[in-house]
Design a protein around this ligand. Structure first.
Ligand code: ADP
Ligand code: MG
Length: 644
């Protein structure tokens, strides 16, 4: 059989561009040596004393932007397929020269030479193509390229031309929101005819939570909220039988992450002005401030506060801590503007937020927690965030490409869970919550507690697989439940919920019921999973079944020994002096012996028996402990040994 034709997927972005392809493990973004998939959509031209000017693309060009403002071209996507008349509002924002070209087009002028937007885009596309060829070790000739849903025919044609100039046959131009939906597997079943793994009985796809309303059964309405570096787009899609229809779009070509940076720059600039009478005017200082602002912003997406320091020279230092709350207050008007545009797009489609079954977040700026929170409030449900928001569009473009290449996306788009899902429990065991072959959508919950006194944080690791030990399962993700009030071991009540929706997206939530604290993670469990891997993991679990069960039992017994001996020591400290000294000594010896046995753990039945015997032999002590605890609770607790 011939190898399937290779078609790559390209997200040609305003600020960043990415290239991706599909292999057995599903869609993959091609990354650089630092693990970054993004190539800045920036081109710099540096004149050379001898010979033609040097053209650089990507990070290097971006770094040169400060010194070479007039010979660095960024945001060329704003120019493509447009006339000078179209761009009147745009021009004041660009630091490079834009002039009229033939047939109502524009050109960028650098160092006396003119470049068309298509040529500049072609340079970026060629850079991406080179990256893919280096990574894949084969020629890349065909691509799917994404464009915003609102791009008109001229802009789409110009994007095609850019592809061609980069030596690529543009097999299809795809809307960015459509690609984002494809990345989450929406509409892929109908389009690809993907068949379930062997041995899995196909079940009819549930109605995906369709509401009584105008969406036909089996169709879904999806909102794609894309907040990038400089632009905001909201698109409302209807997906039915693998067909994507754009119902409406709205947006603002001057609203994005840069504005969040500017809000911080404004704050810092004002304060420096007031405190030191300085105003920031030099381009280099402005650029430094911009870089700092972006760093602070990104830090605040992860932390509650960000601290920084600026050396202003002559012993003047500006030191500041910005809290997340402060940043949110500062940028709330920006977020509200995006929501007003969401309302506009819905109105244009004749819909309300309740008609939207799913909101998908795209663009780096959707990592801002307040953006996520407000979007969830607007649509009345948490949005899809499981995939990297920088990469969603490229991943979807790759999926579209693989469908066009006739490559069966081996991504396991199933109506059942192909492997069990669970969390890692103490000692490295796999605690399954959802068993393999469970029909989706589905939900499972389980109660957990702590094993250490005063524990204020619990780490959760989400696992996939059939084996009993965490180490033998796939690790899908991790999160931490923090800020728990300190409580004795065993007292916290932590409910862990696994919820898989009709699109196969897993939401894991951990909630401590006494304090109400909660945390969670969203995951696409089958991402990167191949049929071959499912079969291997299932086969291994059968072969290893006996050993696995023993291993799991060993972990459980050891946990129990650790817990029981610890509790016994605590009781000895508290009420031990009410026991005859000989008995006390015997219990101390028993604890040591039991721990030694658990460490060796040769014979599990023997360990189990020893644990039971230990329980019997410490019964008297346990009774004393409980009585003391009860007396304390009723307020009658005297000093230990005082009575009885
Ligand atoms: P575009 O689609 O416009 O090419 P992206 O979707 O890549 O751009 O978004 C880039 C923007 O995302 C930048 O403004 C960047 O500062 C912002 N960004 C990236 N990561 C984070 C983060 N962790 N928190 C907040 N903003 C972020
Ligand atoms: Mg984008």
């Amino acid at each position: 059989m011939a190898a399937p034709e290779l078609i790559v997927g390209i997200d040609l972005g305003t600020t960043f561009s990415l290239i991706a392809y599909v292999d057995e493990g599903g869609p993959q973004v091609i990354r650089d040596e630092n693990g970054d998939g993004r190539v800045p959509s920036v081109l710099a031209v540096t004149p050379q004393p001898d010979g033609p000017p040097r053209v650089t693309i990507g990070w290097e060009a971006r770094r040169h932007a400060v010194e070479n403002a007039r010979s660095t071209v960024y945001s060329v996507k704003r120019l493509i397929g447009k006339s000078l008349a179209d761009l009147q509002a745009e021009l004041p924002f660009l630091s490079y020269a834009v002039t009229a070209g033939p047939r109502d087009t524009v050109q960028v002028e650098i160092g006396g030479r003119r470049y068309t937007p298509e040529e500049i885009s072609a340079c970026i596309l060629r850079e991406l193509r080179d990256r893919a060829e280096r990574h894949l070790g084969r020629a890349v000739r065909k691509a799917v390229i994404t464009v915003p849903a609102y791009f008109d025919d001229a802009q789409r044609q110009a994007t095609r031309d850019a592809g061609q100039a980069a030596g690529l046959e543009v097999v299809r131009i795809v809307n960015e929101p459509t690609a984002a939906a494809l990345a989450y597997g929406l509409g892929v079943r109908g389009a690809s005819g993907a068949t379930p793994a062997a041995g899995v009985i196909p079940l009819p796809l549930p109605g995906c939570g369709t509401r009584a309303g105008d969406a036909a059964p089996g169709s879904q309405t999806v909102a794609v909220y894309d907040l990038g570096g400089g632009t905001f787009d909201i698109s409302v899609l209807r997906i039915e039988a693998g067909v994507f229809q754009v119902l409406s779009t709205a947006g603002d070509t001057r609203l994005g992450g840069d504005d969040f940076d500017r809000a911080l720059i404004g704050l810092v600039g004002d304060e420096i002005g007031r405190a030191h009478g300085l105003s920031i005017s030099s381009p280099a200082t402005k650029q430094a401030l911009r870089t700092l602002a972006e760093r602070v912003k990104i830090r605040l997406s992860e932390h509650a506060a960000a601290e920084f320091e600026l050396d202003l020279g002559r012993d003047r230092v500006y030191r500041r801590t910005v809290t997340r709350a402060e940043f949110e207050q500062l940028t709330a008007p920006l977020v509200e503007r995006t929501l007003a545009l969401c309302a506009q797009a819905l109105k244009d489609a004749g819909l309300t937020p309740a008609d939207v079954q799913q909101a998908i977040l795209v663009g780096g700026s959707t990592r801002i927690p307040y953006v996520r929170q407000r979007v969830a409030e607007f649509f009345g449900r948490p949005a899809y965030t499981a995939l990297n928001p920088d990469e969603v569009v490229a991943l979807g473009a790759a999926i579209q490409a693989s469908i066009l290449a006739g490559q069966r996306p081996d991504m396991l788009l199933l109506d059942v869970t192909p492997l069990s899902l669970g969390i890692e429990t103490l000692g490295g065991a796999m605690g399954k919550l959802i068993l393999r072959n469970t029909t989706i959508p589905c939900r499972a919950t389980e109660m957990f507690t702590t094993f250490v006194d005063g524990q204020t944080a619990i780490q959760f690791t989400v696992l996939q697989g059939e084996r009993e030990l965490a180490a033998d399962c796939r690790r899908l993700g991790q999160f931490e439940l923090r800020d728990l009030p300190p409580m004795p071991a065993g007292l916290p009540k932590v409910e862990v919920e696994f919820l898989i929706d009709a699109n196969g997206i897993l939401n894991v939530t951990a909630r401590e019921l006494r304090s109400g604290r909660q945390a969670g993670i969203q995951i696409v469990p089958n991402r990167g999973l191949t049929r071959a891997e499912v079969e291997r993991m299932t086969r291994e679990s059968l072969v290893q079944a006996r050993a696995d069960i023993d291993a799991h039992r060993r972990i459980d017994l050891r946990n129990q020994v650790a817990f029981d001996t610890h509790k016994t020591e605590q009781m000895l400290a508290k009420v031990g002096d009410r026991l005859p000294p000989a008995e006390r000594e015997r219990i101390v010896a028993d604890i040591a012996a039991l721990r030694r046995l658990a460490d060796e753990a040769a014979d599990l039945d023997a360990l189990h028996q020893a644990l039971t015997a230990f329980g019997h032999r410490t019964l008297r002590l346990a009774e004393l402990g409980i009585s003391a605890a009860l007396r304390e609770e009723s307020g009658a607790g005297g000093p230990p040994g005082g009575a009885g």
